[in-house]
Design a binder for this molecule. Structure first.
Ligand SMILES: Cc1cc2nc3c(=O)[nH]c(=O)nc-3n(C[C@H](O)[C@H](O)[C@H](O)COP(=O)(O)OP(=O)(O)OC[C@H]3O[C@@H](n4cnc5c(N)ncnc54)[C@H](O)[C@@H]3O)c2cc1C
Length: 391
């Protein structure tokens, strides 16, 4: 077994590093790890468009869909380097490439693939996910948003919540109830809503998170009309399309690289602290570095499954739990190690590491909730991974 990347991947890595230096500046501090306002958003749009020109938004997709036909291992190189440098995103790579794109490749019609995939790989379309509702999160199949067929259109009424980046997106993929009388999993359809900002009856309202950022939203549908041609898969069979998408959502690799970056930054800071602080913190930091290495290899396992044509399922749940819990430990450790100065937020000029520590301390809290809570992931490992009966 050879655990190293090959010469081709390492050559690509150098090319990606040079590109990131050009695009993001040769900065030693943390990358552009969080969008904080209009200016950051526009930078992320411009960055994605530069990637689009090179075919680098979805390198592992086939060339016919705007990718490069690259291997999964080359894709991992991109993800690692982007993660390490905190490369900005708009929802194009996360929701577009990471979720709806691969789902369309499996379940979409030829017309749907031709319509949507090129606008993902060019960076033009920004997607958001309309799954959760006020009463339906973990028990997603209980969702109530209603879609009633009217000729060539569905008429939608209901509400979605926690819609990340909904205020930035122009496109939404969503799950709606098309048969209220069927058993709950069998009455759901998967729809794409185009141009959400200009869709009559669709309202997006901000929700401010505990880091005081506008990250997610509530979305209301009042007689929103969606063409039947925008349905992916059969009517009332959308649950299975929606679950394929969740497998892709939980398979992302890149978090480990951004965690490695902050651990390296913390070790530089620790070397400058007094002997007592060094003694107190060095073994804890070493433990986190061990965790980071374990996370990296768990991520490579996902890459291996994908490279052999599989879609990771309970294996992705293992990664999701491990990386999200490790992230919380890293930032908790970071703010405590750095002390009072570690509490300066990004807007404060004296902020250490650009204010990344307190901001990420707060924003990693929900990482054990989104993409399906860690309790739900543990249930998946118990049932699908270990074959245990449902509790
Ligand atoms: C930062 C963030 C971003 C998000 N972005 C999006 C988005 O873009 N689009 C979207 O659609 N949704 C999004 N979500 C919503 C997310 O998917 C839900 O919050 C999540 O699925 C949990 O649902 P809930 O909040 O309704 O909690 P609940 O389902 O009410 O869960 C409450 C608690 O009960 C536990 N629990 C529930 N059922 C079980 C069970 N069977 N076994 C064991 N424990 C259980 C849960 O683990 C949790 O601790 C986001 C959430 C967050 C925090």
């Amino acid at each position: 077994m050879d655990m190293k990347f090959g010469a081709k991947e390492e050559g690509l890595r150098q090319e990606v590093k040079r590109f990131l230096d050009e695009q993001l500046g040769k900065k030693d501090g943390p990358g552009q790890w969080g969008e904080r306002g209009e200016e950051d958003f526009q930078k992320a749009v411009a960055f994605n468009q530069e990637l689009g020109k090179r075919g680098w938004i979805a390198p592992a997709w086939p060339k016919e869909y705007g990718g490069l036909g690259a291997s999964i291992y080359e894709q991992i190189v991109f993800n690692e380097e982007f993660g390490y440098r905190g490369a900005p995103d708009t929802g194009t790579r996360g929701f577009g490439v990471g979720m709806i794109g691969p789902t369309l490749i499996i379940h979409g019609s030829d017309e749907q693939k031709a319509k949507y995939l090129p606008k993902i790989t060019s960076g033009e379309d920004i997607w958001c996910q309309g799954y959760s509702e006020p009463g339906s999160g973990s028990d997603l199949a209980s969702l109530q948003t209603r879609a009633v067929r009217d000729g060539d259109e569905y008429v939608l009424n209901g509400q979605k919540i926690w819609t990340s980046g909904g205020h930035r997106a122009n496109q939404m993929f969503t799950l709606v109830r098309t048969d209220p009388d069927a058993p709950k999993h069998r009455g759901i359809s998967f729809l794409l809503i185009d141009d959400i900002k200009n869709t009559p009856g669709l309202t997006i309202r901000p929700l401010i998170n505990m880091a005081n950022r506008h990250h997610f939203n509530e979305v209301f549908f009042e007689d929103v009309r969606v063409p039947v041609a925008n349905r992916i898969g059969e009517e009332n069979r959308g649950w299975y399309v929606g679950m394929t998408l969740l497998d892709f959502e939980r398979s992302g690799i890149g978090t480990t690289a951004s965690q490695r970056r902050v651990l390296e930054d913390l070790s530089v800071i620790l070397k400058g602290l007094d002997a007592d602080k060094q003694r107190k913190n060095r073994l804890k930091l070493a433990d986190l570095v061990i965790g980071n290495n374990v996370g990296k290899f768990l991520g490579y396992r996902i890459g291996h499954i994908q490279s052999t044509g599989g879609v990771p399922n309970h294996e992705a749940s293992v990664v999701k739990i491990f990386q999200s819990e490790l992230g919380q430990k890293i930032y908790n450790f970071g703010v405590n190690m750095v002390g009072l100065g570690g509490q300066f937020v990004p807007e404060e000029p004296r902020a250490i590491l650009g204010g990344e520590l307190p901001e990420q301390y707060l924003t990693t809290v929900p990482s054990t909730i989104y993409s399906g809570t860690n309790e739900i992931q543990r249930n998946i490992i118990a049932t699908r991974g270990l074959g245990l009966p449902r509790g």
